[in-house]
Design a protein around this ligand. Structure first.
Ligand SMILES: NC(=O)c1ccc[n+]([C@@H]2O[C@H](COP(=O)([O-])OP(=O)(O)OC[C@H]3O[C@@H](n4cnc5c(N)ncnc54)[C@H](OP(=O)(O)O)[C@@H]3O)[C@@H](O)[C@H]2O)c1
Length: 299
């Protein structure tokens, strides 16, 4: 059932908003996007969500919680599923216990990747990894009247993410080996934050929403685009998931689209990459084409 959202969350007045996981990639982007509201942004050091909320948080008078805290180390979750569950499932239950309108984030890794056309909200789930299982349970822990935003392959100008890793490797190496048999929607975290604000500001119904960039590609395609746009002379050697030999299984096909009326549309991932590099600006690695007399990557 789709629940109507209380007016207190809609745009038009300065809302009091709690952001968890404020030190993470998405947590930072949400702080930027909701800067016009009265935002309390808590890092893990300020609230480890595996613990119940403090009185200060419980009595914080929040209109909305954007729950970006999560265990996101997919491979390490295989070795320590209890710790991942504690952060992702118990953590989300603790956040939901505040009884405040909630946006919780989930992932394409709730699917097994056997489909060959985009996954929509009504598709059956079947996570392959411990991480995917904790995220699926976290959706239930968020409760029936949360917005559950499933997204995919996040990247941005801060923290540990694929684009930043490639920028670093592209400076150091002539060639990198990148997986070419997993397909998804690389999503610029700034575009996701905008879409989340649209969801909340326009009072869209609660429930699961797929919010990911337009277009799709493999990790190897994304790496090539990074090198091209950043002006790095680094080749991509296309390899298989098996060759990379990571502990956690991943869906080979994880393209997300929304079937819901009024779903916010995110820009294409190529635009996301351009916007990300432009935001990084002087934070881009040295030895780019700019220094080699080639075009400006931020254009
Ligand atoms: N990154 C992706 O590609 C991707 C794709 C699909 C969905 N998502 C979902 O998007 C959301 C945001 O992910 P992200 O990319 O922003 O991840 P991230 O950069 O790893 O940020 C997660 C943040 O949560 C914090 N955290 C971890 N355990 C915590 C705990 N028990 N209590 C409080 N904070 C805790 C982390 O702090 P520490 O660094 O100190 O541990 C980190 O600051 C997550 O729900 C994730 O599952 C991410």
């Amino acid at each position: 059932m789709e629940l109507e959202q209380p007016d207190s969350v809609r745009a038009g007045r300065r809302r009091r908003i709690l952001i968890t996981g404020a030190g993470g990639l998405l947590g930072r982007a949400l702080q930027q996007e909701f800067a016009g509201d009265d935002v309390v942004a808590l890092t893990r050091a300020e609230w480890d969500v595996a613990d119940p909320p403090s009185d200060n948080v419980s009595q914080g008078g929040f209109d909305l919680v954007l729950h970006a805290a999560a265990w996101t180390d997919v491979d390490r979750a295989e070795a320590d599923p209890h710790a991942a569950a504690s952060a992702n499932i118990a953590g989300t239950a603790n956040v939901a216990s505040l009884g405040v309108p909630l946006v919780a984030f989930s992932t394409d890794y709730v699917f097994d990747g056997r489909k060959r056309e985009p996954y929509v909200e009504s598709d059956g789930v079947n996570p392959l990894s411990a991480y995917g299982r904790t995220k699926l349970h976290s959706e239930a822990a968020a409760g029936p009247d949360a917005w559950i935003v499933r997204t995919s392959w996040l990247f941005g100008p801060t923290g540990h993410n694929f684009v930043r890793t490639m920028l670093g490797l592209g400076v150091e190496r002539d060639e990198v080996a990148v997986v070419d048999d997993q397909r998804g929607c690389p999503t610029y975290v700034g575009h996701l934050a905008q879409a989340v604000r649209e969801l909340v500001d326009t009072g869209r119904p609660r429930g699961v929403w797929h919010l990911a960039a337009q277009g799709d590609c493999t990790w190897a395609d994304l790496a090539e685009a990074v090198f091209s746009d950043a002006g790095l002379d680094c080749k991509v050697r296309r390899i298989s998931t098996e060759e990379l030999g990571r502990p956690a299984p991943r869906p080979t096909y994880a393209v997300l689209r929304s079937e819901r009326v009024g779903a916010p549309t995110l820009p294409h991932w190529r635009q996301g990459l351009r916007d990300c590099l432009a935001e990084m600006g002087s934070g881009l690695p040295r030895s780019t084409r700019v220094e080699r007399g080639r075009p400006d990557p931020g254009r």
